[in-house]
Design a protein around this ligand. Structure first.
Ligand code: HEC
Length: 100
């Protein structure tokens, strides 16, 4: 029972945060190259979640890549560094991994 309430609380908090993060992704031009469920220039957020969600430290690793760029993980096209703070990168990494 306690657990159920905790879960409901968390998911309520989470949906608010998810919305703010979607706005952040838009503001930071992530959506120019990424869509939730199809490849554009970069992989879809669903594909990223499918590949990364089970990995230890995935959130921190993705946050670093969001900030500094990424290459040779998904194909020939690299992701350039993005103009985000560490905090924004962490928020976006967490948000990307909510795409199931
Ligand atoms: C210019 C296009 C472009 C922009 C803008 C862009 N990305 Fe990417 N992104 C890519 C490409 C291409 C890859 C695949 C890189 C690779 O193969 O390592 C990628 C990979 C990723 C990955 C997966 C890395 C991995 O190792 O699995 C994440 C997470 C990600 N991007 C998030 C973001 C976020 C959040 C933003 C906005 C701050 C963003 N991207 C902006 C093109 C872009």
């Amino acid at each position: 029972m306690k657990l159920t309430l905790a879960l409901i609380g968390t998911s309520l908090l989470f949906s608010g945060a998810a919305m703010a993060s979607a706005d952040l992704a838009k503001a930071k031009n992530c959506l120019t190259c990424h869509a939730p469920d199809k490849k554009i220039v970069g992989p879809s957020y669903k594909d990223i979640t499918a590949k990364r969600a089970g990995e230890k430290g995935a959130e921190a690793a993705l946050a670093a890549k969001i900030k500094n760029g990424s290459k040779n993980e998904w194909g020939q096209v690299p992701m350039p560094p993005n103009n985000v703070t560490d905090g924004e990168a962490a928020t976006l990494a967490k948000w990307v991994l909510t795409h199931k």
